[in-house]
Design a protein around this ligand. Structure first.
Ligand code: MG
Ligand code: MG
Length: 256
């Protein structure tokens, strides 16, 4: 059975553990964000993340994930790199770059998954708008994470928010259920049709993650078999939170 079909409703006790995982994950991301300055290498960022994870007795589900096995605990993407960028000791941040950091945390058997994009020093107005729109799209999606809504309501809200702002959203890379595994069902694409898809119910925990591009929705994968970049070299951004559906308001798990 593919991961998209494995949909697990969590108990309140399990969601409490996921909230702890989410808190630790947010602590990791906050520590990495502090380091975003010209001259810092992407391997430095990974090392800092691993130190914080270790201090909490946690590891990242990214390490050794997939084929070929992913070699780090976070992904770091600069400018046209959208997701899955591999940290490297020779890759340095520069003034004006935008950098996406994605991290996962495994804590007491549950996974939290979250990402942000931020600028290094002064960034262009185009880059600033991209970050604002991508984060806004994430919150537009989160606002639809309500009992009785469908995954297509979430997808459509993300797509509309991005496209109304004149930008492009990825087709191939999606949000996903998350729990004991990093990827569970339901799959939540970043484009879709309201009123369609899987119906949301309390206890579902989903990582929403709009990936937005300035010039095109098309992407390609670099020869390292991981790094995904915009097909036209234009800037991209990525924001992600793990969110629980409740009886009431959506509950964001990956915050401090
Ligand atoms: Mg992620
Ligand atoms: Mg994810």
């Amino acid at each position: 059975m593919s991961w998209q079909r494995q949909i697990k409703v969590k108990s309140p006790a399990e969601i409490k553990v996921m909230r702890e995982a989410g808190h630790i994950n947010a602590t990791v991301l906050a520590a990495v964000k502090e380091l975003l300055q010209p001259g810092v290498t992407t391997a430095d960022l990974n090392a800092a993340a691993e130190e914080v994870l270790k201090s909490h007795g946690c590891v990242s589900p990214f390490k050794d994930y997939g084929h070929p096995p992913y070699p780090a605990s976070i992904t770091v993407c600069i400018n046209d790199e959208m997701v899955h960028g591999i940290p490297h000791p020779k890759r340095k941040l520069k003034e004006g770059d935008i950098v996406s950091i994605d991290c996962g945390t495994i804590h007491n058997g549950f996974v939290a998954d979250s990402a942000f994009t931020a600028g290094v020093g002064e960034i262009s107005s185009q880059a600033a708008k991209l970050l604002e729109v991508t984060e806004g799209a994430l919150y537009a999606g989160i606002d639809k994470m309500r009992k009785g809504n469908r995954t297509g309501d979430v997808s459509a809200a993300i797509q509309k928010y991005v496209e109304d702002n004149g930008l492009h959203v990825t087709r191939e890379y999606t949000g996903h259920g998350v729990g004991r595994k990093m990827h569970e069902g339901p799959q939540v694409p970043n484009v879709g049709i309201a009123g369609t898809g899987f119906q949301l119910r309390p206890g579902l925990t989903i990582a929403l993650e709009p990936m937005v591009l300035v010039g095109t929705h098309e992407t390609r994968v670099l020869p390292d078999q991981w790094t995904v970049v915009s097909a036209d070299g234009s800037l991209t951004a990525h924001f992600e939170h793990t969110v629980a559906v409740t009886e009431g308001e959506p509950l964001i798990l990956t915050v401090l």
